[in-house]
Design a protein around this ligand. Structure first.
Ligand code: 5GP
Length: 199
């Protein structure tokens, strides 16, 4: 069974990083360290949380086609490094990408077999509460993020294979783990069908 590329995306503040962290713990899937032009936050380590790069370095990554996808978020560029993903897949491990919506769409277009999961808030009102509680997003930016979230939620069924509501974190994690288990089982079934089928 070949290892899989798994994409988890969702609106800002929905809690996808917490879900991805817990799913990785439970499944052993690998984490691909992205490149970004955003400056490190306190406590973040280069090469662990992100590869923090300058604009010129990011330009070179794009020009040399070393990114699987990239997008601009909050005025900074973020991209998935091919070498990170290939190294993990080469070890036979599934790879989970925690990326924003534009990048997720690029991955799904290029790799239709990727398992794409969109995390929904229970409601836009709850998403607004979470963004305010987090305290790192200015008021006018909250309104913009909520508008963006509504647009992403509307198109999500066309882009993603699975939609998971993050109401209670543990339940959302269980659901993602179950989705990955089921997609693993169905891939195994179609593989064994192919290997026994005469054509
Ligand atoms: P933060 O700056 O808070 O770490 O991340 C901001 C947003 O960028 C999050 O939605 C995160 O999922 C997304 N992100 C992180 N790495 C990548 C990446 O490699 N590609 C894309 N497209 N988005 C990313």
């Amino acid at each position: 069974m070949p290892p899989r590329l798994i994409v988890v995306s969702g609106p800002s503040g929905v809690g996808k990083s917490s879900i991805v962290e817990a799913v990785r713990d439970r499944t052993g899937a690998g984490f691909s360290v992205s490149a970004t032009t955003r400056p490190p936050r306190s406590g973040e380590r280069d090469g662990v949380d992100y590869h923090f790069v300058g604009d010129d370095e990011f330009d070179a990554l794009v020009a040399e086609d070393r990114l699987l996808e990239w997008a601009v978020y909050g005025g900074h560029r973020y991209g998935t490094l091919r070498r990170e993903v290939e190294a993990l897949l080469g070890e036979g491990r599934d790879v989970i990408l925690d990326i924003e919506n534009e990048g997720a769409k690029q991955v799904k277009e290029r790799f239709p077999e990727a398992v794409a999961i969109f995390v929904l808030p229970p409601s836009l009102a709850e998403l607004e509460r979470r963004l305010r509680r987090r305290g790192d997003t200015p008021g006018e930016e909250i309104a913009r993020r909520l508008e963006l979230a509504a647009a992403q939620m509307a198109e999500a069924p066309r882009v993603y294979d699975h939609i998971v509501v993050n109401d209670v974190l543990d339940a959302a994690v269980d659901e993602v783990v179950a989705i990955l288990g089921a997609s693993d089982a169905s891939a195994r079934a179609s593989e064994s069908h192919r290997s026994t089928s005469p054509c």
